[in-house]
Design a protein around this ligand. Structure first.
Ligand code: NAD
Length: 371
């Protein structure tokens, strides 16, 4: 393993850089690079957790963090999450993530993006970036003018891989939900199955549309009540208030909005047989997988079921490195392996009486050589 490196001091961060070696989130990161570029005002953190399986791949988040130490923690947690996600998706990629520390007004300038692109390029391919919260496809195009180690670029040919990863994420979650229905309810297909969808944005909206085609009964919620109502009307579902969705009696709860929604209280109030959705870090703490398991609720570990987007981004990048265009078919073929992985996790979970999230973590750790 390469030794961890860091450079610079986070502006406004009181904790000395060396302190994060001892943070639990550090978890033997191979590289933590702090980038501060005075002229553009860019401050960013690039973290690579593991390169055991390949270059550290994961998107860049552009976010205003009230506390810079929070930005560091976010980068570390997200980067480790990408190691696990990429490993479980069968990708020849390690795990990495970057955060750009935005100001209160989230000012993003071409100069900042150029400086960030230069920083990614300087790592020589150890880190491969793509979109995440606050970063668009257009931003990736801007970065691509400074670095080759960027993906999630616009589609450049018929049936070529690339572009918005959201629909690919939705497709994987849809297949994962079908697998969960088969495993837990013994049913083939979603016809008549009641699915409650939290968040009808890019991912949740796509999942709802795919399930509607199969005749699922849908209850939808979003803090944008108008969006939930519009989609419910279009798909023949029902919209409920955002704070009601977690307790709707249903077969499947599909969280596709925020993380940390599953804690002692919310788990006790669930009225579902299955939790399977795309939101990252659904368990408030890793200990919360156990109460879900003890309640007999089947959980699809988030980073396994929501890997469709990174599968698309990585396939596009890997193909480009080989001097060709990746195809949508190869992306879909990889995504279609998600149900099999979930089934393997659930079987091991039942055999070892261990919650599926812990089983998935152990499998991922083995795959990245840390088991
Ligand atoms: P998005 O912004 O398009 O949609 C999120 C939706 O959730 C929005 O409509 C928002 O109004 C709604 N929302 C926010 N808070 C809510 C709440 N408390 N209750 C109900 N609705 C709420 O984002 P997205 O790309 O669809 O991503 C959704 C989730 O999936 C995020 O957690 C993201 O990290 C995760 N994810 C996305 C991808 C991807 O390819 N886009 C890949 C993997 C994971």
């Amino acid at each position: 393993m390469a030794p961890a490196r860091c450079a610079g001091q986070l502006k406004g961060c009181d904790t000395p850089m060396t302190a994060f070696w001892t943070e639990p989130d550090f978890d033997d990161h191979e590289l933590v690079q702090v980038v501060h570029e005075r002229q553009s005002g860019l401050t960013a953190i690039i973290a690579v957790h593991s390169s055991h399986l390949g270059p550290g791949a994961g998107g860049t988040r552009f976010w205003h963090y009230p506390d810079p130490q929070g930005a560091l923690r976010d980068a570390l947690r997200l980067s480790r999450g990408m190691s696990y996600k990429n490993a479980m998706a069968g990708l020849p990629m390690g795990g990495g993530k970057a955060v750009i520390l935005a100001d209160n007004a989230r000012t993003k300038t071409p100069e900042m993006l150029a400086a960030f692109g230069d920083a990614v390029e300087a790592l020589g391919g150890q880190y491969v970036t793509a979109e995440d919260v606050g970063m668009s496809e257009a931003d990736m195009v801007t970065l691509s003018q400074r670095t080759a180690h960027v993906s999630g670029l616009p589609v450049t040919g018929e049936n070529a891989a690339g572009g918005d990863p959201g629909p690919f994420t939705s497709y994987g979650i849809y297949l994962g939900i079908l697998a969960a229905i088969r495993h837990k309810l013994g049913k083939d297909g979603a016809a008549g199955v009641h699915v409650a969808v939290q968040g009808v944005g890019s991912v949740g909206g796509g999942v709802a549309r795919l399930l509607a085609k199969d005749g699922a009964k849908l209850t939808l919620a979003d803090i944008d009540a108008g969006a939930a109502q519009a989609l419910a009307s279009e798909l023949g579902g029902v919209a409920v208030e955002a704070d009601a969705i977690m307790t709707v009696p249903c077969d499947v709860l599909s969280p596709n909005a925020l993380g940390a929604i599953l804690d002692e209280d919310s788990i006790a109030a669930l009225d579902t047989a299955i939790v399977a959705g795309g939101a990252n870090n659904q368990l408030a703490r890793s200990a919360h997988g156990d109460p879900l398991f003890k309640r007999g609720i089947l959980y699809a570990p988030d980073y396994v079921i929501n890997a469709g987007g990174i599968i698309s981004v990585a396939s596009e990048y890997l193909a480009r490195r080989e001097g060709r265009l990746g195809s949508v078919e190869e992306v879909r073929t990889r995504i279609e392996q998600i149900p099999g992985r979930l089934e393997e996790i659930w079987q091991e979970s039942a055999a070892s009486q261990t919650s599926p999230d812990i089983v998935a973590d152990r499998m991922a750790q083995k795959l990245i050589g840390r088991g």
